[in-house]
Every structure is written in structure tokens, then in C-alpha cells.
Design a protein around this ligand. Sequence first.
Ligand SMILES: C[S@@+](CC[C@H](N)C(=O)[O-])C[C@H]1O[C@@H](n2cnc3c(N)ncnc32)[C@H](O)[C@@H]1O
Length: 397
Amino acid sequence: MANNTNLGAAKAAKNDEFYTQYADIQKEVNAYLEYNPDTFRDKTVLLPCDDPEWSNFTRFFAQNFERLGLKRLISTSYAVESKKYKDYQPTLFETESPWFDADKTRIKGKIFELTRDTNQNGRIDIDDLEWHYLEGDGDFRSKEVCQLRDEADIIVTNPPFSLFREFVDWIMEAEKGLLIIGNQNSITYKEIFPFIMENKLWLGVTGFSSDMVFGVPKGTDVDPKDKAKAARLGYVGDFTRLGNSCWFTNLDHGRRHQPLQLMSMKDNLRYSRHKDFQAEGYLPYDNYDGINVGYNDVIPNDYNGKMGVPITFLDRYCPEQFEIVGISKTWFGFATKVYPEQLQHSKDGKVTRVTKLNDGPVIKLDTVPVGETYYTIGETLYKQEYARIFIRKKQQS
Ligand SMILES: C[S@@+](CC[C@H](N)C(=O)[O-])C[C@H]1O[C@@H](n2cnc3c(N)ncnc32)[C@H](O)[C@@H]1O
């Protein structure tokens, strides 16, 4: 038991320690530059929640300071004694620096700054970074890091997963640009989705289907499958692959202005490669205003009402083509009815009393479905769909 608790605590601690790879940062940032070469020009970029001595965020932005046209780069770290994961050795960079202080190294955050050609070699780059200890531990919520946020134009990082909601709020309340890594599941959080619906936050360029590899603290237990996948992508050793990571941003990029190429309802019903869709068609929900569209490639181009589409739609969302009008989560309050207790008929024939129908979009059925879980209330048959985002064709103004 004690061992399990220790293991659990170690796992939770390490859950915040995923280190982003240079190639992923480069690929993402380059896409914004392709769309607008001045995205970062004359801007102050803040990289909080970092470890600037070896972070790829600091390395990338410092090395590309001139190419991006930055005005100022600030990178801050979180003191090891404040982290949940405390295994840490100061780098030679720190210990050999004249500013090294053995009393501060574990309890103070650090700030690295780049604004000028300190070594006067004719260019501003990583060798010109200047650093000192922060007054406090570098918590992004501290007064001094809040002040740095207020001085910044764009905040870029991979924040601690456990504080993602709070981190997004921290940026939004200051109305700053952002480019951060998060988990795809956070799209449906009640603190995050409203920003997406209002077009104040959207997905970055690196899509849902791309795997991202992260460094992990030495010796971290990684699922062998993820380790092998990371190795296949060229990252051998203390790395893992997180298939559900993606970028969130409010910086514009070209991909979000490319409309989906779609067909009419009639043509989708005739030509779709999805057999289950062909058999079922566009069924209306029983507890939401809208029709069920189970695949992004059968979203019709000639329907003006509300449509429930997979969450992955967000990866293809073009705000000139569609508007987002809701999500099938109880907290959103979009459901039109509340079901009493139901009987769940599982695929293996097991029947249980549940209240699950209130958790998602529901379709009323005429006949018992083959090979699918279904529900009954009295004589009426129902099935539940996956979580959906509700969209509507953008009305021409
Ligand atoms: C997911 S890691 C990413 C590190 C780095 N940005 C990168 O991508 O390579 C998040 C980091 O934030 C640190 N952290 C945790 N809580 C923090 C807080 N309240 N303020 C600042 N940093 C925090 C964690 O210790 C961890 O090192």
C-alpha cells in the first residue's frame, strides 16, 4: 500500500514534467511565420514554466531572435523545491556563472533575458542571454511573473498539465497572445471550451493526428509502447510519446482559413465510404437540437441547422465556414431534456440500471441495434453517441 502511494505520488509529480522537442516547436512556429512573417516582430515573448538552461523553447527563441524580429525574450523557471518532482542538479552553466548562489539555487526561480548583443559579436543569439535569480520561486501566479506577463505580448510554453485551466485563464485575463501545448481532452473543459466557441482560442497547426514526443526525467517509467514509438521517431532514451497533445493558440495561421471540401447531404448519403453512416443517415438527436454527423467527411454543405460533429472537427475548423454553437456536456446546459433512470443493454446481453443518457447526445431508435449497446425507458429504445461539438453553417452577413 505504502509502495503504491509512493508510486502514485511519483507518477503525479512526473506528470507535470514533459519536455518539448525542438523540432515540434520549430514546426509549429514556422507555420505562423508562413502565414504572417511578422507574427513575432517587435514583440516581447515570455516563456514561463521553463528550465531555460536546457529548455528547447529558450533555445529555439534565442537562436531565432533575429529571424523572428523579437524585441525581447524572457524565460523563467520554477524552483526545484516548489516542484512536485525534486530530482535536480544545477547545470554547469549555473554553477560556473559568477551569479551562482548555492543558497538560492533550489528555492528561487530564474529569469533569462535576451534583448541585446551582450558579447558584441554582431548578432543577438543564445550566447547573449543574461540571467539572475527571481525574488520568489518562479510560480507563474507570483506577482513578479504576473508583471512579466503584463510586459509580454505573446506567451509560449508547455505549461504543467495539472494547472492547464488556471494557466489559460492567467493569459486570457491579461489578454495576451498565446501558443501553448495542452491535452486534447481539455477542449471539453468548461473553463476552456467557451474560449474556443468565442474564437478567442483555437487549435494550433500541428494536428490531432500528429504524434508529439516529449523528454521525461531520467529513469521515468514510460509505457514500452510509447517508448518504442518515440524511438521510431528518432528519440531514444528518456522520451515518451503523447498521442493526445496538441497546440492551443490565439495567433492566426493559414490552416484555420482553409474550408473543408464538403458535399451535399444527398451526395454524402450516396457516396460516403462509411457503411454505418450510409445505413443510418443524418438522425436527429432526442435530447439536443441538431442532427448527428458521425464523421467530419460527411458534414453536409447544404444544411443550415445545428449539427453534432466529432470533437476532432476542431482540427479542421474554419471560422469563415462554420460557427460553433455548443457542446454535448451537461455543464453547457444545451440539452433539451433530462431522462429518468434507464436500462442499459450491453453488447454481451447484460442489463443494468443507469443514468448515463444524460451524459451525452442520444438518438431514439425504431429497432434493437445489432452489436451495439442500447438503452430502454419503458418500451422506447435509445442509443448514445460520442461527445459532440455543435456547429452551424456560417450565415452570410
Ligand atoms: C510540462 S513541463 C514543460 C517544461 C518546458 N516548458 C518544456 O516544454 O520543455 C511544465 C513545467 O512547469 C513547471 N511548473 C509546475 N508548476 C508550476 C508553476 N506553478 N509555475 C511555474 N512552473 C510550474 C513543472 O515543474 C514543469 O517543469
